[in-house]
Write a protein that binds this ligand. Structure first.
Ligand code: NAX
Length: 327
C-alpha cells in the first residue's frame, strides 16, 4: 500500500469542514487507494467541537484514515503536509467594513503562509477556500518566500460548477457532456463565467444558446449571485457544494484532468495581461501534479470588459493588504 498523505484542513469545526473531512477520509479527493492523515486546525475555543467531529470520523471506521491530529497551532497543523485546505477565515460580521475584513484575514493568512513556508512539504498543494479567497491565497503565497508560488491556489471551482449546472439546465444536456467552460477572475460576484469556448458533444455551446442577452442578464448574474441566493434560502452559506468543489479542485490538481479544462485560481504568469502573481481564475489543465494555463484564447470586447472589472476588484484588494506584507 501507498504511504499516507498528510492533509491539513483549517476551520475544521466549521460547516464546510463538516462536509469536507468525511469525503477526504473516504478517498474522494486523493483516490480510493490513498491512505490519509488529517491535520485539523481551528482556533482554541473551537477545539472541543473539532474533537466531536473527530469522534464521528472514528465512528465511520474509514479504511483509508490512518490518523488525525487536532491543534490550534499552524506550525503543528502544517508539519510535513502534502496538501493544505485553508477553509477557516474571519467572516464579515455586522458593521464590519471591507477594510476590516481584509485586515482580519490578512493577519490569519500571513501567519499560515509563514507556517507553511517553515513546515510543509516543498511541493505542498495549498487551496484557499476562506474568503476573500483569492486575496487570502495571495497573502499566504507572499508570506512563503521559500515555496514555489505555484504551490498556492484559490477556489473558483464552485463558480465553475455552478456555471456548468446552469448551462446543463439551459441546453437540456447532461453536465458531464460539457467541456471547455471556464471562469475568469475573483471568487466574487464579479467573476466572469465564459462559455464561448465550451462544447457539448463537439458542438459549440455559444451557438446552441445563441442569446447574448441571456448570457449578460441571466446567466452571469445567476452564477455571480448564487452564493447570496443560497444564504437567502438556507439561512446559511453554501457548505456541501463548497466542500465538493474543494474536493474537485484538489483531486484534479493531484490526479490530473486528462486534457480537460477546469478552473483554478492560480498565481498569474502574466498570461492574458493579468499581472504576475495575482491570484486569478484561469482555464487550466492538470497533469503530473502541475497545472497549466490554457493559452491563446481570443478575448473579445465583452470578455475583456468583464475581465477588467474582476481584475480591478482584485487589484483593489491587493492594495488594501499591501501594508500587511511590508510593501
Ligand atoms: P464557518 O464559520 O462555519 O467555519 C469557519 C471555521 O473557521 C470556524 O470553525 C472558525 O473557528 C474557523 N477559524 C476562524 N479563524 C481561524 C483561524 N485563524 N485558523 C483556523 N480556523 C479558523 O464557515 P464555513 O461556512 O465553513 O466557510 C468557511 C469559509 O469559506 C468562509 O470564509 C466562507 O466565506 C468561505 N467560502 C468560500 C467559497 C469559495 O468558493 N471560495 C464558497 C463557500 C464559502 O462561502
Amino acid at each position: 500500500t501507498k504511504p499516507a498523505m498528510r492533509v491539513a484542513v483549517t476551520g475544521a469545526a466549521g460547516q464546510i469542514g463538516y462536509s469536507l473531512l468525511f469525503r477526504i477520509a473516504n478517498g474522494d479527493m486523493l483516490g480510493k487507494d490513498q491512505p490519509v492523515i488529517l491535520q485539523l486546525l481551528d482556533i482554541t475555543p473551537a477545539l472541543p467541537a473539532v474533537k466531536g467531529v473527530v469522534m464521528e470520523l472514528e465512528d465511520c471506521a474509514f479504511p483509508l484514515l490512518q490518523g488525525v491530529v487536532v491543534t490550534d497551532d499552524p506550525n503543528v497543523a502544517f508539519k510535513d503536509v502534502d496538501c493544505a485546505l485553508l477553509v477557516g477565515a474571519r467572516p464579515r460580521s455586522k458593521g464590519m467594513e471591507r477594510k476590516d475584513l481584509l485586515e482580519a484575514n490578512g493577519a490569519i493568512f500571513t501567519v499560515q503562509g509563514k507556517a507553511l513556508n517553515d513546515h510543509a512539504k516543498r511541493d505542498v498543494k495549498v487551496l484557499v477556500v476562506g474568503n476573500p479567497a483569492n486575496t487570502n491565497a495571495y497573502i499566504a503565497q507572499q508570506s512563503a518566500p521559500d515555496l514555489d508560488p505555484n504551490c498556492f491556489t484559490s477556489m473558483l471551482r464552485l463558480d465553475h460548477n455552478r456555471a456548468l449546472s446552469q448551462i446543463a439546465a439551459k441546453t437540456g444536456k447532461p453536465v458531464s457532456s460539457i467541456e471547455k467552460l471556464c471562469v475568469w477572475g475573483n471568487h466574487s460576484p464579479t467573476m466572469y463565467a465564459d462559455y464561448r469556448f465550451a462544447t457539448i458533444d463537439g458542438k459549440s455551446v455559444k451557438d446552441m444558446i445563441n442569446d447574448h442577452d441571456w448570457n449578460a442578464n441571466t446567466f452571469l448574474p445567476t452564477v455571480g449571485k448564487r452564493g447570496a441566493a443560497i444564504i437567502e434560502a438556507r439561512g446559511l452559506s453554501s457548505a456541501a457544494s463548497a466542500a465538493n468543489a474543494a474536493i474537485d479542485h484538489v483531486r484534479d490538481w493531484v490526479l490530473g484532468t486528462n486534457g480537460k479544462w477546469v478552473t483554478m485560481g492560480i498565481p498569474s504568469d502574466g498570461s492574458y495581461g493579468i499581472p504576475e502573481k495575482t491570484q486569478f481564475g484561469f482555464p487550466v489543465t492538470c497533469a503530473n501534479g502541475k497545472f497549466e494555463i490554457v493559452k491563446g484564447l481570443e478575448i473579445d470586447a465583452f470578455s475583456q470588459e468583464r475581465i477588467n472589472v474582476t481584475l480591478d476588484e482584485l487589484m483593489g484588494e491587493r492594495e488594501g493588504v499591501k501594508h500587511l506584507l511590508g510593501k
